[in-house]
Design a protein around this ligand. Structure first.
Ligand code: KIV
Ligand code: ZN
Length: 528
């Protein structure tokens, strides 16, 4: 289903920056495989532009932009660059094999950034912006220019920069509220001012890019649309720097639900919103709060008796959107012991996951084990099994062979743990710790010899009922770096051990990559 509108005004362009600004959010970094998954999901969701990364920022970002540009078709693929030759050349190097690409150049314009960050005069800013846009245009006809911190830029100067960028060839001018300072009236005024005072403004699309520091990113983006913006920059689940960016699902559903007011449509397949949100939460480890609008678990749950009564009589009494319009399935109870691989594949697809044949096979094997323990398998159980699979470190150095735990309120916990690495097994028995979970941490650390400090630890139920699977998620610190881990099981101690091993395998993999990179950089010197 696509957002509907009666009006003739063109659809609002949805520019997704989950893989760039979203990935900058603390703890949200994704590996290449995860970025590809998300880029595929964004294409299925129907976004118009995918900002895939900032190619000069790191070799990983460069590779992600290159792979996404060459493999993902449908949306335009965009790469970010500062207004410098090196940045722009690198961005184009990453994008050049794509079918439809955009270079996005940015330069700060506010007095505070000019004076303290860039130490540049207004004239220098204009010169640098124009040079950046022209260089980008020499490679690609689709060029976006962003005056960073535009919302705090003097309005005369903002008009001057925007006019110069359009004259130099920018086809989109993006107006960021970089620090989330604006209010709706303020943001609407900034856009109206540009519309009224920049003589060549009709030659470019006006875009808006709002951060959520005051919780106003969606409201500010909508105010910008009311005043002439034709593109909204946003992220799935609103992830991004600090308090995040404008949330894609919220802004799209606001436009759709209130099309009577805004009169603008989007190309978003709204029933893909929940699956895409789940995928992003699972690859970034940033969970969606229960009461989050549109995609939160409680977004359509009616608790009060009076509401439930109204809903039964007529859903529209308390419901402004239908859960199925955003991708919540109507029936949650899905599979059982006799369900086959095809049914599981179908369900996984409907939930928003894209699994390789090998991943599907592993999930299917785990599903069968679970179906023996649990009669009814819910969407939440399937999502938890798949999340666990997608969160595996690329190499499974350590796996759980077996464990037993004894505990009680008047006795020390006892855990016996056997782990496997390659064809060797290692066993540890311990009664250290405050309880069986703490004891399991001790045993894992002793066997693997990887010292860790637990920074966050959570167990939640993945679905319904007292036989529901427990999903353990944790963050551990090792040598100054934080690693995530996730594990699921109907036994919460087992789920915790799996989550710990998941984190430890990530630590081992990161070490291997670092050692390999050090080897590569050392070898020329050694041979010279
Ligand atoms: O918030 C910001 O100003 C940005 C720009 C690079 C568009 O992310
Ligand atoms: Zn931003």
């Amino acid at each position: 289903m696509t957002s509907e509108s009666n009006a003739a005004a063109p659809p609002i362009v949805i520019f997704d920056t989950t893989l760039r600004d979203g990935e900058q959010s603390p703890g949200a970094s994704m590996n290449l495989q995860e970025k590809m998954e998300v880029a595929h999901a964004l294409a299925l969701l129907g976004v118009n532009i995918v900002e895939a990364g900032f190619p000069i920022a790191s070799p990983g970002d460069f590779e992600a932009v290159r792979e996404i540009a060459s493999q993902i078709h449908g949306p335009t693929i965009c790469g970010l660059a500062r207004c410098s030759d090196a940045d722009i050349d690198r961005a184009w190097e990453a994008l050049k094999h794509g079918k439809q690409t955009r270079i996005h150049v940015f330069l700060a314009t506010s007095a505070i950034h000019r004076e303290f960050k860039l130490r540049m005069t207004r004239e220098e800013i204009i010169r640098r912006a124009v040079a950046g846009v022209k260089r980008a245009v020499s490679y690609c006809d689709d060029v976006e220019f962003s005056p960073e911190d535009a919302a705090r830029t003097e309005s005369d100067f903002l008009c001057e920069v925007v006019e110069a960028a359009i004259a130099a060839g920018a086809t989109t001018v993006n107006i960021p509220d970089t620090v989330g300072y604006a209010t709706p009236t303020h943001m609407g005024g900034v856009i109206a001012n540009l519309k009224n005072r920049v003589p060549n403004i009709d030659k470019a699309v006006i875009s808006v890019h709002c951060h959520n520091d005051l919780g106003l990113a969606v409201a500010n983006s909508l105010a910008a649309v009311e005043n002439g913006a034709g593109q909204i920059e946003c992220t799935i689940n609103g992830i991004g720097e600090r308090a995040g960016n404008c949330s894609l699902e919220e802004v799209v559903m606001a436009l759709r639900t209130r099309s009577d007011y805004y009169g603008r449509s989007t190309s978003i397949q709204t029933e893909r919103l929940v699956p895409t949100s789940r995928l992003v939460a699972s690859v970034t480890g940033i969970r969606v709060q229960r009461n989050k609008a549109i995609v939160g678990r409680n977004a359509f749950a009616h608790e009060a008796g009076i509401h439930q009564d109204g809903m039964l009589k007529e859903p529209s009494t308390y419901e402004i959107m239908r859960p199925e319009d955003v991708g919540f399935s109507k029936t949650d109870l899905v599979l059982g012991k006799h369900s086959g691989r095809a049914a599981l594949a179908d369900r996984a697809k409907a939930l928003g996951y894209r699994l390789s044949g090998e991943q599907l096979q592993t999930v299917f094997e785990e599903f069968k084990v679970l179906a023996d323990k649990k009669k009814e398998i819910y969407d939440g159980d399937i999502a938890a099994l798949i999340d666990q699979q997608l969160n595996q470190a690329p190499q499974q150095e350590w796996t759980l062979e077996s464990f037993s735990a004894h505990c009680g309120n008047n006795q020390p916990p006892q855990v016996k743990l056997t782990l496997r690495r390659g064809d060797q097994t290692f066993t540890e028995e311990t009664s250290e710790g405050d309880g069986p979970i703490d004891a399991a941490f001790w045993a894992v650390e002793k066997i693997t010899e990887v010292p860790i400090t637990c920074k966050a630890f959570r167990v939640r139920s993945a679905s319904l009922g007292r036989d529901a699977q427990g999903e353990a998620t944790l963050e551990v610190e090792h040598e100054g770096q934080v690693f995530r881990g996730r594990g699921v099981s109907t036994d919460t101690i087992e789920a915790t051990i799996k989550a710990l091993l998941n984190a430890i395998n990530r630590i081992a993999f990161t070490k291997e990559c670092k050692e390999a990179a050090a080897g590569e950089t050392e070898s020329p010197a050694a041979s010279g």
